[in-house]
Design a protein around this ligand. Structure first.
Ligand code: SAH
Length: 196
């Protein structure tokens, strides 16, 4: 199949905010993703109290799952609506504070302290701001990134993980000539060249 057809595909931040406003969030899974359950052991590898990162998190319910298991969850999401819906839909009290290093960004943290969601673009983050992670759940993230930004995204993700980390990545397979994305089609060969 021909990945060239999606190379110029772009969804702007403004368009993502509109999707949230209009409720066009078909990507959100209220029941959570079966593949996280299936590969949970690979992510955790017997370890407890991990720091787990959710890039382009939306209001993914898996963040609540992992926090309830005793891990510390950090997410990043451009839509403040999504972040607020996450906390309200799980009845989690939270507080909100500015992020001094990133102008305009806010960090929403559960009162219990184990879920921190940054409301800003992922490209504004760095390990000096959010630290490094032991695990990553990348679902609806690499495949939602504009194809022209994939290299930048992958380099950033690599800079945000510890040496002994596990990175679970979900991609979708389909004929890219028949659908314009997102989710964009990211072939296995490209995953290999991006992440090594
Ligand atoms: N991972 C989530 C959401 C997938 S949809 C899930 O599994 O449900 C992709 C999300 O990324 C949208 O909520 C969109 O608002 C957000 N997003 C898009 N570009 C972003 C960026 N540059 N930085 C942070 N979030 C972004």
């Amino acid at each position: 199949s021909d990945v060239e057809s999606q190379k110029e595909g772009v969804v702007t931040e403004e368009e993502w905010l509109q999707k949230w406003e209009m409720g066009n969030i078909g990507f959100h899974k209220e029941q959570g993703h079966p593949l996280l359950q299936k590969y949970l052991d690979v992510l955790l590898n017997g370890r407890s109290g991990l720091r787990i990162f959710f890039p382009l998190c939306g209001k993914a319910v898996e963040m609540k799952w992992l926090a309830d298991m005793g891990h510390s969850v950090v997410g990043v999401e451009v839509s403040e609506q999504a972040v607020k819906e996450f906390f309200s839909e799980h009845n989690l009290p939270y507080c909100e504070e500015p992020v001094p290093e990133i102008s305009g960004a806010k960090m929403f943290q559960s009162t219990s302290g184990n879920i921190s969601l940054y409301c800003c673009s992922i490209y504004d983050l760095s390990s000096s701001i959010v630290g490094k992670f032991d695990g990553v759940w990348d679902r609806g993230a690499l495949v939602a990134v504009n194809p022209c930004d994939r290299q930048r995204y992958a380099s950033l993700m690599i800079s945000l993980v510890e040496k002994n980390s596990s990175y679970l990545l979900v991609t979708v397979s389909y004929d890219p000539n028949k659908h314009k994305g997102p989710p964009f089609y990211v072939p296995e060969s490209e995953v290999k060249s991006l992440f090594g």
